[in-house]
Design a protein around this ligand. Structure first.
Ligand code: UGY
Ligand code: MN
Length: 307
């Protein structure tokens, strides 16, 4: 029998080993059971705040090619609208702006929630008479000007509340995305809501007795305001203690993270970019999962007698 010299033998073994290793790599990545490429994970840390809202994962990797697949659902008392269902249409009267209406009274809500995608050289239109407006910047920057000529630059994470019939315009020279809430103001005696401008990071953390999440409110809690916008943060593994059922309505946008939302009798996997409508009394509960913090922004009607 012919014998190889020892060095050639070693080279042969190494050659076979590297071929099998690259074959294994191809099989693993094509089957898709390896986790996301590390470059993608590392890259997430260097991105701008809330970048996932406007650059969402349209579907988990193993489902993205399935025709007709969506996580969106529309029920009598709640809706989950996920980014692969978004349909854009020009916002009436706004200049160079596309809208995605996520919640409207056609669902049973008393408010609208939409994303305004402002393009180069864009401008808002005023809301209807007696309608109040709240805007929150998730991408880019806009300029808010009011009747008295003062102007404010609003960057990502900044917000503004515009009272009913308050003259203003929102302008942008470059692309920017806003989440907008509007509702017909419910007037109460002599209470008058005022222009309110701020940013999430400047809002104080509030007590949440019996709960573990971190809470910030973006509007004053006084009686003049008939709704508030809460920013709620959960670390992975944290969840709502109360399995909530209440008279208030909600409009929610997930700004960061992933988790499971219980809505009515169903549990829905959710992630940044998803929007949820919750009608009064729909059972609701959230648990944060995944590797990073969940942050969501949530509309809640307050300070008015439900009668
Ligand atoms: O204030 C709330 O009702 C809030 N905790 N609800 C929610 O997160 N679904
Ligand atoms: Mn709630």
């Amino acid at each position: 029998m012919q014998r190889f010299p020892p060095l050639t033998n070693l080279f042969f073994v190494f050659f076979i080993f590297s071929i099998s290793l690259s074959f294994f790599e191809v099989v693993v990545s094509e089957q898709g059971f390896c986790s996301a490429p590390t470059s993608a994970i590392n890259g997430e840390n260097s991105k701008a705040l809330y970048w996932k809202v406007t650059n969402p994962t349209l579907a988990p990797v193993h489902l993205e090619d399935l025709p007709g697949f969506t996580r969106s659902v529309y029920k009598r008392d709640y809706a989950l609208i996920t980014p692969e269902s978004h349909v854009l249409s020009p916002l009436p009267e706004w200049k160079n702006t596309l809208g995605i209406h996520l919640i409207t009274p056609a669902m049973g809500s008393h408010f609208v929630m939409y994303i305004a995608k402002m393009q180069d050289n864009s401008r808002s239109a005023p809301p209807p008479v007696d309608v109040e407006r709240f805007i929150f910047v998730v991408d880019g920057a806009v300029t808010l000007t009011n009747g008295s000529d003062s102007s404010h630059s609003l960057v990502v994470d900044s917000f503004a509340y515009l009272p009913p019939n308050f003259q203003h315009a929102i302008d942008s020279d470059t692309p920017a995305s806003l989440v907008v809430f509007e509702r017909r103001h419910s007037y109460l005696g002599n209470h008058v809501p005022e222009l309110t401008i701020g940013s999430t990071d400047k809002q104080p953390l509030l007590e949440t007795p019996g709960e573990i999440f971190q809470l910030r409110k973006l509007l004053p809690t006084s009686m003049a305001y008939d709704f508030n916008i809460h920013i709620m943060d959960f670390q992975p593994g944290e969840y709502l203690n109360v399995k909530e059922v209440h008279y208030n309505q909600h409009g929610l946008l997930l700004l960061e993270g992933q988790g499971i939302y219980r809505l009515g009798d169903s549990w829905h996997p959710v992630q940044a970019g998803d929007a949820i409508w919750m009608a009064p009394f729909v059972p609701q509960w959230y648990a944060a999962l995944g590797k990073s913090r969940t942050r969501y922004l949530i509309y809640k009607d307050v300070n008015r007698n439900p009668l």
